[in-house]
Design a protein around this ligand. Structure first.
Ligand SMILES: [Zn+2]
Ligand SMILES: [Zn+2]
Length: 240
């Protein structure tokens, strides 16, 4: 399995360790055809990008595209899914700066409905009220896909419990790929087995937080193979 694009990498603009150029250089050295920079959405309290940095990041990426013409450099974002209605932290003013949008659920995001959202972060962590959390999280992810043009849902099932079959069905309808994240354990082998025949697309991502991890797909490839995922359903594999 030869993965040729890494759409999920972080830089110092959120809480990664390297610069955009550092990630690009590693991607070139590993023979990738495409590298996506996808820092955290700005409504993440701990490590979101600064809203005002977005145009600057775009400029930097456009400059690097000229400097390194042999690799496709894209500006993405790992937006936060903020609520049950599927709102994400990419507003209409900044949407134009991004080549693609990924979205995921993160505990550090600032909920649009503060009490309900915070409560849900809490319920997810506690356990006995699981059923409510699953419903809330599933609605959040499903509505995010319906409401926004989302390329990839990052690490589904990590951090927040979801009804994965439901999510996969809507992902298929909305042409959204589900990520096999090499850094977090999700999608797990069991999760992949559960949804691989639904007809949904997958993307293997490194979720690199340091430049040397860019293009690190080992664990994702292992899980995809082990679960028997059809190679044709993985969007960033060569020779499909
Ligand atoms: Zn994430
Ligand atoms: Zn990430």
């Amino acid at each position: 399995m030869n993965v040729i694009a890494d759409y999920h990498t972080h830089t110092v603009y959120s809480h990664g360790k390297g610069s955009i150029e550092d990630n690009v250089k590693v991607a070139i050295s590993k023979g990738l055809k495409t590298i996506g920079i996808s820092d955290h959405g700005y409504k993440h309290m701990g490590f979101g990008i600064k809203y005002r940095d977005i145009p600057k990041m775009r400029e930097e990426i456009d400059y690097l595209r000229e400097k390194y013409p042999n690799i496709n450099i894209l500006m993405g974002i790992e937006a936060n899914i903020l609520d049950e209605d599927g709102n994400i932290d990419v507003d209409d003013k900044v949407r134009k700066y991004f080549d693609y949008i990924m979205a995921g659920y993160h505990f550090g995001s600032t909920p649009t409905k503060l009490i309900k959202g915070s409560l849900n972060h809490f319920i997810n962590l506690v356990g006995p009220l699981k059923k409510f959390a699953i419903k809330y999280n599933t609605n959040a992810v499903v509505n995010a896909m319906k409401k926004n043009d989302i390329f990839i849902i990052t690490h589904p099932g990590a951090k927040a419990m979801i009804d994965l079959v439901e999510v996969a069905k809507v992902a298929k309808e909305t042409n959204t790929a589900l990520e096999i994240n090499s850094r977090h354990g999700h999608l797990t082998i069991e999760e992949l087995k559960l949804i691989k025949d639904i007809g949904v697309k997958f993307a293997i991502g490194s979720d690199a937080h340091e430049p040397e991890s860019v293009g690190n797909f080992i664990d994702g490839i292992y899980r995809a193979k082990k679960a028997g995922v059809d190679i044709k359903s993985i969007i960033n594999i060569d020779g499909r």
